[in-house]
Design a protein around this ligand. Structure first.
Ligand code: 6PG
Length: 470
């Protein structure tokens, strides 16, 4: 099978970076963008790589300029632009050509698009690309979904441009149709959770300990040298270090405390709940972004709802305990993410390889962290019930460190400092280790008001209570 020739539709930030990456790895790339000036700008700054880049004035011209078999990568915003691009491409393709969607598409859209494009006689891959602009340029992590036939001619190109972890490319074909985009969605759900956990720890240092950004930054730098080593902890240190050129203040202190979101975190929660999975830490992170946007409500509420039952107690946030709390909660967030992947795999039959997913997240992507190598090792070994939290590696780590999470969450709660993700992580830990839960009384109530029945511990079958109702 010949290696495909590359075309790119959508020469924005990510598209440009990927084009340069492909060119650097020896591939000629034909480019099309609605606003052709971005292509001119890219070619102008491409230096030695410019001869490998060519500009097309229309989709038709793009396809016509390429030898077959073609692979046309779309880096356009998720949603309608993807379908419009597919519509524009289809009439010009030849058998053996592949359309690749490298955006953050909803995996259900990808499932439908695979069918649509295959029914038209061509191939389609849905590829989750993580790593931002720098990742796209120097090596992203890529999660691929689609048919093995579509993957085969594209594999050498994506392996060449992918991030490498100890020489191993951070790209894998994970399953058919929407598998790649689903895994990318869950990656982003974990990304939301990890960012929120970090933000809460920052908040405890700022509002609980009264530290300035410049005093907090070194902690993140130090933590990044240890078991919290990760891209997000690393860049938090840099974000907190930065000074605002206009005022000379810490930059973070002039940034509006209102977080945006494009939807992938929310999709993770929606899919998890639909599949009957708890994604409480990710949900807390999505909810915190939503509440962050209610800035006006918070402004009005602050003087009215104070002190809201808060007592000082002199409770402090010890740096070592914060580190252990963040470490514990991060493990639990990853564990929730992998449980969601498992549930989806059972539903869609993709045959996901969890160890491989952890491996391709070890470099290039936003959630890359030293934990992922241990997670990959745990999945390659014997995991009780396939549950990460029960692995020989993670179970002792959790039990040794959860005390710190408990003390940090307790102190934050008593002092009225919001820690939705840290506390969700702790509650999830306490729920999954509670041998006898409290759903017995829920079942009792359900049977009481709706005759929904319950199971007994000592007898098979479904039962009703002897409720005495007037
Ligand atoms: C990545 C990122 C990237 C992007 C997301 C998140 O893996 O490279 O996840 O895909 O940052 O779009 O965006 P929001 O925070 O806006 O949802």
């Amino acid at each position: 099978m010949a290696v495909a020739h590359m075309g790119l539709v959508g020469v924005g930030t990510m598209g440009s970076a990927l084009a340069l990456n492909m060119a650097e790895n020896g591939h000629d790339v034909a480019l099309y963008n609605l606003d052709s000036s971005t292509i001119d700008a890219l070619i102008d700054r491409a230096g030695d790589l410019a001869p490998r880049l060519s500009k097309a004035d229309s989709i038709e011209a793009l396809v016509a300029s390429m030898p077959t078999p073609r692979a046309i990568l779309m880096m356009v915003p998720a949603g309608d632009p993807v379908d419009q691009t597919i519509d524009a491409l289809l009439p010009h393709l030849a058998p053996g050509d592949t359309i690749i969607d490298g955006g953050n598409s909803d995996f259900r859209d990808t499932q439908a698009r695979v069918k649509r494009v295959e029914d038209a006689g061509f191939r389609f891959l849905g590829v989750g690309v993580s790593g931002g602009e720098e990742g796209a340029r120097k090596g992203p992590s890529m999660m691929v979904g689609g048919s093995p036939e579509a993957w085969e001619p594209i594999q050498p190109i994506l392996e060449a441009i992918a991030a490498k972890y100890e020489g191993s490319p951070c790209v894998a074909h994970l399953g058919t149709d929407g598998a790649g985009h689903f895994v990318k969605t869950v990656h982003n759900g974990i990304e939301y959770a990890d960012m929120q956990l970090i933000a809460e720890v920052y908040g405890l240092l700022r509002d609980g300990e009264g530290l300035q950004a410049e005093q907090i930054a070194p902690l993140f730098h130090t933590w990044n040298e240890g078991r919290l080593q990760s891209y997000l902890v690393e860049i938090t240190g840099h974000v907190l270090d930065a000074k605002d050129p206009k005022t000379g203040q810490a930059l973070v202190d002039v940034i509006v405390d209102q977080a945006g979101q494009k939807g992938t975190g929310r999709w993770t929660v929606i899919e998890a709940i639909r599949m009957g999975q708890s994604a409480s830490i990710i949900e807390a992170a999505v909810g915190a972004r939503v509440l962050s946007s209610e800035r006006e409500t918070r402004r009005i509420a602050a003087p009215i709802l104070t002190p809201a039952g808060v007592e000082e107690y002199g409770l402090r946030f010890d740096e070592r305990e914060l580190e252990a709390a963040l470490f514990t909660a991060r493990i639990l967030a990853y564990a929730q993410g992998f449980r969601i992947l498992k549930a989806a795999d059972e539903e869609f039959g993709w045959g996901l390889d969890y160890a491989r997913i952890a491996e391709i997240w070890r470099a290039g992507c936003i959630i890359r962290s030293s934990l992922l190598d241990d997670i990959a090792t745990a999945f390659r070994g014997d995991l009780p019930g396939g549950r990460l939290v029960l692995s020989d590696h993670f179970a002792p780590l959790l039990t040794q460190n959860v005390g710190a999470l408990r003390r940090i969450v307790s102190a934050a709660v008593l002092r009225g400092l919001p820690v939705p993700a840290l506390s969700s992580a702790l509650s999830w830990f306490d729920e999954i280790r509670q041998e006898r839960g409290t759903a017995d009384v829920i079942q009792g109530m359900r049977d009481y008001f709706g005759a929904h029945s319950f199971e007994r511990l000592d007898e098979e079958g479904s039962h009703h209570g002897p409720w005495a109702k007037d």
